[in-house]
Ligand binder design. Structure first.
Ligand code: GLN
Length: 486
């Protein structure tokens, strides 16, 4: 047997069910792994060891009583952007470094009800703004495949913890690629569900019309299992959609017969690394072997405006969402101030890091009188065009397949002072957020020993199709079985 911390959710479940392993043994194995590798990886802002042990014991009681669901007793990490009752939720920001929420996010509540063992909270780019986890106010997370490189971001802690065996599965959030890009960089599976599929209640808002929560897992089966629990309507989130949740594991079939797949040429962008392109084209070839009808030359011409559109809309929404951090209601509050304005200024000056300030300034500019029509309003129109183009394309194809990112994981520090280059990291992922469609990244192989992800996109609420394509590919290719040497 592989080390317990290397197990997938479904493998661990089988062992728990047959009583060959207890949740306490599994949890201790994962904790031990955390103690051994966390010095190198730094996935966690907070490790909730006592809570994990208590939950594991409780899970074992439930299992003994014959009461177990597919996630019962299985260790998970939650990105530190989701509220956890009684456990610090920092968004990797000085602003919230001591914030303890009085309630659980709906996804956390659902996972707890399904028997989760929570190992802790995952490091991230501050307020989920970034693509490398270097924007964390606390420390940088390292890629388990090469410790000199970034794990991607903003859900870098989530992806790295799963790849390193510090959690069996994790939750992340994705506003422009923050689940899929780190999943690709760390060779794990990561799904950004359709906008409205998963409740965002208790998710600290970055850009509310783009944010979605989703799973990061060792394989596609696990991804489906976690989605079965977190998806679905929530009265507390008015943007969640009241629509039945299918059993996603039913779409895990090992062939693609009859499926029409398009390969949009705009996603093979200029500046893409040739190793990445080769790996992804080879992976798409596999889809053909599996029975899919692949059209290699699809065009979505509006794709080229997606990045610019995103960097107007996301900062505009962010600047409004971050206005609440005024030093009065939540989090950090500068004490030594002359008056109210001075207090607010000092609070925000100290509490926010440079990238967050950059976004606030971009958003304020785009929304200001005289510029609103030229920037924000125009971006909204472009957003409509991009959505329509996807909708039209999905009348002809069941799914689109692209690289997840144009590059392999880059070196820590390499892009830290180059915001535009950093933003380009998400060119392939952010169109899905703009259109609200689902996207999954699945490990597609390696180039020079570094992971490459393949992204599969579908129309709204077609997660089942994405799972089918990702699963069939994964079963044929086998990359999910590799683990980094740590
Ligand atoms: N990297 C993108 C950004 O910085 C996306 C982040 C995200 O999806 N949260 O905005």
């Amino acid at each position: 047997m592989a080390s317990e911390y290397d197990l997938t959710v479904h493998e661990a479940h089988d062992l728990l069910k047959s009583r060959k392993l207890s949740s306490l043994e599994l949890t201790k194995a994962v904790l031990e792994r955390i103690h051994r590798v966390e010095d190198k990886v730094h996935s966690f802002v907070t490790v909730t060891e006592d809570m994990a042990l208590t939950q594991a014991r409780q899970a074992d009681e439930n299992i003994k009583a014959g009461n177990l669901s597919p996630l019962t007793g299985i260790p998970a990490l939650i990105k530190d952007v989701m509220c956890t009752k009684g456990v610090k939720t920092t968004c990797s920001s000085k602003m919230l470094s001591n914030f303890i929420p009085p309630y659980d996010a709906t996804v956390v509540e659902r996972l707890k009800a399904a028997g989760m063992v929570m190992m802790g909270k995952g490091n991230m780019d501050e307020f989920a703004m970034g693509s490398s986890t270097e924007n964390s106010a606390f420390f940088v997370t390292h890629n388990p495949w090469d410790l000199d490189r970034v794990p991607g971001g903003s859900s870098g802690g989530s992806a790295a913890s799963v790849a390193a065996g510090e959690a069996i599965y994790a939750l992340g959030s994705d506003t422009g690629g923050s689940i899929r890009q780190p999943a690709g960089f760390c060779s794990v599976a990561g799904l950004k569900p359709t906008y409205g599929r998963v409740s965002r209640y208790g998710l600290v808002a970055f850009a509310s019309s783009l944010d979605q929560i989703g799973p990061l897992t060792k394989d596609v089966t696990d991804c489906a299992l976690v989605m079965n629990v977190i998806a679905g309507y929530d009265v507390c989130d008015s943007t969640s959609v009241d629509r039945q949740v299918p059993d996603y594991t039913k779409s895990l079939v090992p062939n693609l017969k009859g499926l029409r797949i398009g390969v949009p040429k705009e996603y093979f962008v200029q500046g893409m690394e040739s190793g990445v392109e080769q790996v992804v084209r080879r992976a798409i070839g596999k889809l053909e072997e599996l029975g899919a009808e692949v059209e290699w030359d699809v065009s979505l011409p509006h794709t080229r405006y997606a990045l610019a559109c995103y960097y107007i809309i996301a900062p505009s929404e962010a600047m409004a969402n971050l206005a609440r951090y005024d030093g009065v209601k939540y989090g950090f509050s500068a004490k030594e101030a002359e008056n109210m304005w001075d207090a607010m200024e000092k609070t925000r000056q100290y509490g926010f890091g440079p990238e967050v300030k950059r976004r606030i300034m971009l958003g304020t500019y785009a929304l200001s009188a005289g510029y609103y029509e030229a920037y924000y309003l125009k971006a909204q129109k472009v957003r409509t065009l991009i959505s329509r183009e996807f909708a039209e394309t999905f009348t002809r194809y069941d799914a689109l397949v692209t690289p997840t990112s144009p590059t392999v994981p880059f070196r820590i520090g390499e892009k830290a002072d180059k915001p535009l280059q950093m933003y380009l990291s998400d060119v392939c992922t952010l169109p899905a957020n703009i259109a609200g469609i689902p996207g999954i990244s699945v490990p597609a192989g390696f180039t020079d020993g570094l992971p490459v992800g393949m992204q599969i996109l579908g129309k709204p609420f077609s997660e089942e199709t994405l799972f089918r394509v990702a699963y069939a590919y994964e079963q044929a290719a086998g990359w999910q079985k590799r683990r980094p040497n740590l």
